[in-house]
Structure formats: structure tokens, C-alpha cells
Design a binder for this molecule. Structure first.
Ligand SMILES: *Cc1c(COP(=O)(O)O)cnc(C)c1O
Length: 386
């Protein structure tokens, strides 16, 4: 089976991890801060807070921004559930803004319309989470303008987008957001097995996220209620978690980051080839906007179902049967039973739902060979014909 995504571990990666295993600290050593600096420097941002997943990063980002009971978090329905769940973890309410039919990212016009309505009803969101689906940057300038006008905070869910850029700056630079979150799960662009990081230019937010990452504990005398009792002393000043990344993972991350540009460039080579060969088929291909550089975590295509005979399900199962590990990103979050129990209904976000009815994610990863890619294309051609 050719999977839709596959991580790559080199001997250099292995050596980096072994090195940590043979040293003093398996966790809470020097590798984690070094990894944070590596990613922050790459992105051109002041701070990185490494955690054990992007899900944890989203959670501490929300906590640091003060999201809580009575607040609203809005995101795209076309994302992994974690982009929305982080709001619920904080006791906030979650709502969605439908996608743009071209970029498949959160639609700034629909966001504006919904904000105008919400303002009239006195229920503006405190946090909006734009998701750079497949690594394609959202229209961040438009979202940032709305954030200023309506007074909400912005967390970029850049789980798909490390290595990409927007408006001349790397994703993660937080040019148009308060916090940007990355995932280092193995299917993503670079990996630490499990892992994530929250980037920010705001020192206070970075400090607060650092505290929430580790039990709500601080050793900073400036943050304590009184002078310490002695050198052992620390204080718990918030209800935090154990969301720490290990030094083994951080060492793997530092090593993987050295190849990030190469990995994304190779994804572009493969995506260009898909674009070229699939152009004549009854498919809607993923667009890459001008003035941005896509991280290309995913290569989803949409079937033009009015032009083909087999159903979406039929094409998908045929591809799987011919050894192509296609997938579907994503099931719109508001259609999940957990969200339906909160009152969301099928039909609430029609653009995301129609995407879901047509989309198939094709294999895309740097070690996909031209031969394998040709197999994928041939199988797709066969799957959509009678
Ligand atoms: C993978 C992913 C997450 C969660 O990442 P983890 O590191 O697995 O917690 C969040 N949002 C999006 C869009 C993702 O794709």
C-alpha cells in the first residue's frame, strides 16, 4: 500500500536520539530549549514553547489568551477535531465559519458576516483559529484586519504548514496572529513522533504557555506571591498540565528541522507533477495562492461528480483496493456526534460538507518515487472511469 503520508528518518536523526539516550537528561535537559530556538529562529519569531502535541499547544495557547467559560472560539469546520476541542477544554463554546470554495480555508467574507451578526447579539468570539489546510496559508491579512476591528485574538493552526510562508514571512512568524501552533506527528511535515510547538512574539504569552505546559508551576520570583522559602522553592500559580516534550523527541526535531526546506521543496516537485498530469481529468485540484508558499502537507483533489459515473465512495474504495492509501481530510467537525449533541446540524456549513462529499487525499511525501506517483495517477484514472 502506498500511504498518503510517510515520515522519513535518516541515520543522522537516529544518531541524534542515541546521543541523548547516552547523556544525562532524557527530559527537561538542553535539547528542548535548543529545539525551541531552532524552530523560532527558522520562523523569525521571538519564542517557541515545545509541547507533547499540537493538541496540547492549542490548549495552552487558549489558556494563555484567557479563554474560558462564557467565551467563544471559532474555527473552520474543515479541520481535525483538535482545532475546535481546545475551546471546549477551556470551558468555552465553539462555533464554526464555513470555508472559501476556492482555497478551502476559512472564508474571510463569511467570517465578517458572522462577526457583524455576533456583535449585534453580544457574543463575539474571544479567539478565532484559522487552519492552514494542506499547508496553504489562510488569508491572514484579512483575518488580522477583522481581529483588530472586532477585538478577537488569533491562533493559527499551522499543523500542516511548517516550512511555508505568507506575505514574505515564514508561517510561524506570527505576523498576523498572537500564536501559531505546529504539529510534529509523523504524518506531518517534520516529526518528533508526538510533539507540537506554540510560537509567539509576545513574551508574556510565552511565559504563560510555559507555565501551563508544566503543572502551572513557576520558579520565577517575579511571579510568586511571596519570597521563596529556599533554593528548592517553586509555586503553583495556575492549574497546568504535564504537556512536556522529552529531550529525545527534541533532538529528533532539531535533526529533522535541518531538512525542512528540502522536504517542502520535494513536496512541491511532486505536487507540480500531480497538477500537470491531473489537469485533464474531471477533478478540482488544490490551488496554491500567489504570494504564499504552501507547506503541502496534503494533496487533496475533489471529484467533479457530475462528470464521472462512479460515486465518491466507489472511487475511494477502488483506489484503496488497488493499493493506494488514499484518505479524506476532513470529516467536517460539526457533523461529529459529539458536536451534533451540542446542536450542530448537517447543512450548517454547506461548503465544507460539499468538500467532504467530493474530496480524496492522494499520497504525497518526499520519498514518494516518480514510479509510485505514476501508479497513483494510473489508479485514479481507472477508478474514475466506468
Ligand atoms: C494533526 C493536527 C492537529 C493535532 O496535532 P497533534 O500533534 O496530533 O496533536 C491539530 N490540527 C490539525 C489541523 C492537524 O492536522
Amino acid at each position: 500500500m502506498i500511504p498518503y503520508g510517510r515520515h522519513e528518518i535518516t541515520q543522522t536523526d537516529v544518531d541524534a536520539v542515541i546521543d541523548v539516550l547516552q547523556n544525562q537528561f532524557l527530559t527537561q535537559g538542553a535539547q528542548v530549549p535548543a529545539f525551541e530556538k531552532t524552530v523560532a529562529d527558522y520562523c523569525g519569531v521571538a519564542h517557541g514553547v515545545a509541547v507533547n502535541s499540537a493538541t496540547s499547544a492549542l490548549h495552552i495557547a487558549c489558556l494563555a489568551l484567557g479563554l474560558g467559560k462564557g467565551d467563544w472560539l471559532w474555527t473552520s469546520p474543515l479541520t481535525f477535531v483538535a482545532s475546535a476541542n481546545c475551546g471546549l477544554y477551556c470551558g468555552a463554546e465553539v462555533d464554526f465559519v464555513d470555508i472559501d470554495i476556492h482555497s478551502w480555508n476559512i472564508c474571510p467574507e463569511k467570517l465578517e458576516q458572522k462577526l457583524i451578526k455576533a456583535k449585534a447579539q453580544g457574543r463575539l468570539p474571544k479567539v478565532v483559529v484559522p487552519v492552514h489546510l494542506r499547508g496553504e496559508p489562510c488569508d491572514m491579512a484579512a483575518i488580522a484586519a477583522l481581529a483588530k476591528r472586532f477585538g478577537f485574538k488569533v491562533i493559527e493552526d499551522a499543523s500542516h504548514a511548517i516550512g511555508g510562508s505568507y506575505g514574505g514571512q515564514k508561517i510561524g512568524a506570527c505576523q498576523h496572529s498572537d500564536i501559531t501552533v505546529f504539529s510534529f506527528h509523523p504524518v506531518k511535515i517534520v516529526t518528533t513522533a508526538e510533539g507540537g510547538m506554540a510560537m509567539t512574539n509576545d513574551e508574556n504569552l510565552a511565559k504563560r504557555m510555559g507555565i501551563f505546559r508544566s503543572h502551572g508551576i513557576t520558579r520565577d520570583p517575579n511571579l510568586m506571591t511571596h519570597e521563596g522559602d529556599g533554593p528548592w522553592y517553586y509555586q503553583q500559580i495556575e492549574l497546568g498540565y504535564n504537556y512536556r516534550l522529552t529531550d529525545l523527541q527534541a533532538a529528533l526535531g532539531i535533526s529533522q528541522m535541518q531538512r525542512l526546506d528540502e522536504i517542502v521543496a520535494q513536496r512541491h516537485v511532486l505536487a507540480d507533477r500531480y497538477d500537470e498530469i491531473l489537469a485533464d481529468m474531471p477533478l478540482t485540484l488544490p490551488q496554491r495562492g500567489k504570494g504564499a508558499y504552501c507547506g503541502l502537507h496534503l494533496y487533496p483533489v475533489r471529484l467533479q461528480l457530475d462528470k464521472i459515473i462512479p460515486s465518491h465512495l466507489k472511487v475511494f474504495t477502488r483506489l484503496r483496493a488497488s493499493g493506494i492509501g488514499v484518505n479524506l481530510h476532513y470529516i467536517p467537525v460539526h457533523t461529529q456526534p459529539y458536536y451534533q449533541a451540542m446542536g450542530f446540524k448537517t447543512g450548517d456549513f454547506p461548503a465544507a460538507e460539499s468538500y467532504y462529499a467530493e474530496a480524496i487525499t492522494l499520497p504525497l511525501f518526499p520519498t514518494l518515487t516518480a514510479d509510485e506517483q505514476s501508479k497513483v495517477i494510473a489508479a485514479l484514472k481507472a477508478a474514475i472511469s466506468v
